[in-house]
Ligand binder design. Structure first.
Ligand SMILES: NC(=O)C1=CN([C@@H]2O[C@H](COP(=O)(O)OP(=O)(O)OC[C@H]3O[C@@H](n4cnc5c(N)ncnc54)[C@H](O)[C@@H]3O)[C@@H](O)[C@H]2O)C=CC1
Ligand SMILES: O=c1[nH]c(=O)c2[nH+]cn([C@@H]3O[C@H](COP(=O)(O)O)[C@@H](O)[C@H]3O)c2[nH]1
Ligand SMILES: [K+]
Length: 507
């Protein structure tokens, strides 16, 4: 059959539609509207290479990016995604100091684990388990600040066993365990724990600052997960970590903090990126930090994308109103079906060698395949990751189901969050929400479900005869790959149907 990978296949049948023809219509298609027709397989699924770029100068081995949302991306998500070969963008719904501390914390380690422990002073009394945040241990230091000398540790169960809850933690804390450098990798930490016959070890910075506690249980849990890709590292040799910034004057100071913390890439976070505010900020960032990759967005049209490319972006984030918690299309009547948005923007961006992130609307692996083949280099996910162990927040129960909170960054709750409000100073203005607050089901660790999801993506690319993302893009553009719009009935047929009951278990 000759070379099936690429544009060299000359025989074309009048069967299915090339993307250029399908997307020339007036319809705003999204992933579920479309289906790819299968192509030719002459390699195993494991022969598919998913390596890609998040932005012009930064490579990933896994095309997944965690959304800059305060219920998705903090240190724990950043280290887990980087260890899987993907990346997370730390949200900016926090003070610049706090956001930079999250970036620094993620970049300071080499294990896919960050528990964000609370810090107490010896005289503190713990009033509820909420004082522990999401971690199972808290660290007691001389002054109660993370920078002072550790004098003990206390676990949730230690506290639960205490009769007099008003007593100071010094009454029941344990001595601080031995510490290892924070940049030890998993095997080095495991080796130390085993060698010293310890159950717990602290990770400490060079200056002595304790940043986390790791137990043998954590090590065993992480070791049990499937391996995927090579970890994403920045040019500094540390985990690659991204962060979001806004487009206001004060975001220039935020940017300086993030650069100081070693951030590798920034995402200018806005629902409508084609604005003077964003273009000015991109130019400022590129002029002042020429070595830093800057991703602009969000955009859904070629004209929007063109303006940001001309301003100097190194990546484009695509999606308006497609997110699971998004109400923008309802509230503002503006946006685009995500499949068409990705195809159109990627068609332009390719000519400028600017990678595209398909942001929002990913519910399962098939959506990832569609986004990537339609031209994206990575997918950005919020709801898909928000129920994971690594997402911020604690699990709660709703009607017997274990869930985690997930909220839109344009929800009233996120906009008015404490003193960190993004809209601080805008208090007199009328605030209208463009997002909701909700909850998503517990999905376990991203370290487990992302490798399985990527295996499914590889199988999708295999069906399409593409051994890599650039080859998939070529097959699409050269009209070898064909697709069609699914009618409502075809969509029903493509789903599970006609069963009295079933159990859906993907892995
Ligand atoms: N992808 C999507 O479909 C959507 C995402 N979101 C998310 O919600 C959050 C908030 O998004 P936006 O409301 O678009 O935030 P934004 O900060 O970009 O815009 C909020 C308002 O402030 C204005 N503004 C921005 N910079 C300004 C400046 N320098 N001077 C004067 N006015 C300025 C904007 O024009 C807009 O009216 C983000 O995290 C975003 O990702 C919200 C809605 C839709
Ligand atoms: O209209 C919106 N109102 C919001 O409050 C909001 N918060 C986040 N986002 C966007 O949704 C993306 C995540 O979408 P998913 O949950 O579908 O992955 C994110 O990556 C954002 O692009 C919002 N959109
Ligand atoms: K939506």
């Amino acid at each position: 059959m000759g070379d099936m990978n690429g544009a060299s296949v000359v025989v074309k049948f009048d069967d299915g539609f090339p993307a250029s023809r399908l997307f020339a219509s007036k319809f705003s298609y999204t992933f579920d509207d479309l289906i790819f027709l299968p192509h030719y397989i002459d390699f195993p699924a494991d022969g598919v290479d998913l390596s890609t770029r998040i932005s012009r100068n930064l490579s990933l081995s896994t095309p997944c990016v965690a959304s800059p949302m305060d219920t998705v991306s903090e240190a724990s998500m950043a280290v887990a995604m980087a260890s899987l070969g993907g990346a997370a963008i730390v949200h900016c719904n926090a003070t610049p100091d706090h956001q930079a501390a999250i970036v620094r914390s993620a970049k300071s380690r080499r294990i896919p684990f960050a528990s964000d422990p609370a810090f107490f002073a010896p005289s503190d009394a713990v009033s509820s388990t909420a004082d522990f945040g999401s971690a199972s241990f808290a660290i007691v230091t001389e002054s109660g600040s993370r920078k002072s000398k550790p004098v003990g540790v206390v676990s949730r169960s230690d506290w639960e066993a205490v009769a007099d809850k008003a007593s100071p933690v010094s009454d029941y804390m344990r001595l601080p365990p031995a510490s290892v450098p924070s940049n030890y990798d998993l095997e080095q930490v495991a080796g130390f724990l085993a060698g010293e016959e310890l159950e717990l070890v602290t990770l400490a910075e060079e200056e002595g600052e304790v940043i986390d506690l790791v137990s043998t249980e954590d090590v065993e849990r992480i070791r049990g997960f499937p391996k995927l890709g090579v970890p994403s590292l920045g040019p500094d040799g540390k985990f690659l970590v991204g962060a979001a910034i806004g487009t206001r004057e004060e975001d220039k100071e935020r940017l300086a903090h993030l650069v100081g913390a070693g951030v590798n890439v920034v995402v200018v976070d806005s629902s409508q990126g084609n604005s003077k505010y964003q273009i000015d900020l991109i130019k400022y960032a590129k002029n002042n930090y020429p070595g830093l990759d800057v991703i602009g967005g969000n955009v859904v049209t070629m004209a929007q994308a063109h303006n940001l490319i001309m301003a100097g972006v190194d990546g484009l984030r695509v999606g308006m109103g497609s997110g699971s918690i998004c109400t923008t299309q309802e509230v503002c009547a503006v946006g685009r079906g995500q499949a068409k948005a990705v195809y159109k923007v990627a068609t332009l961006a390719k000519d400028y060698d600017v990678p595209v992130i398909a942001d929002g609307g990913i519910s399962f692996s098939g959506h990832i395949v569609k986004a990537l083949v339609l031209g994206a280099s990575t997918v950005m996910m919020g709801s898909f990751l928000a129920g994971s162990y690594e997402a911020p927040g604690i699990y709660e129960y709703q009607n017997g189901r274990r869930v985690k909170k997930y909220r839109g960054m344009g929800s009233l709750e996120a906009m008015t969050k404490g003193s960190d409000a993004r809209y601080l100073g805008d208090n007199l203005k009328l605030k209208v929400a463009q997002g909701v607050v909700g909850a998503v089901a517990d999905k376990g660790s991203v370290l487990k479900f992302i490798p399985y999801t990527m295996q499914a993506v590889k199988q999708g690319l295999q069906d399409l005869g593409a051994t890599s993302l650039p080859i998939a893009h070529n097959l699409l553009r050269s009209e070898v790959l064909r697709l069609e719009v699914r009618t409502g009935a075809a969509q029903v047929e493509g789903g599970i149907h006609g069963l009295v009951s079933y159990e859906k278990k993907a892995f």
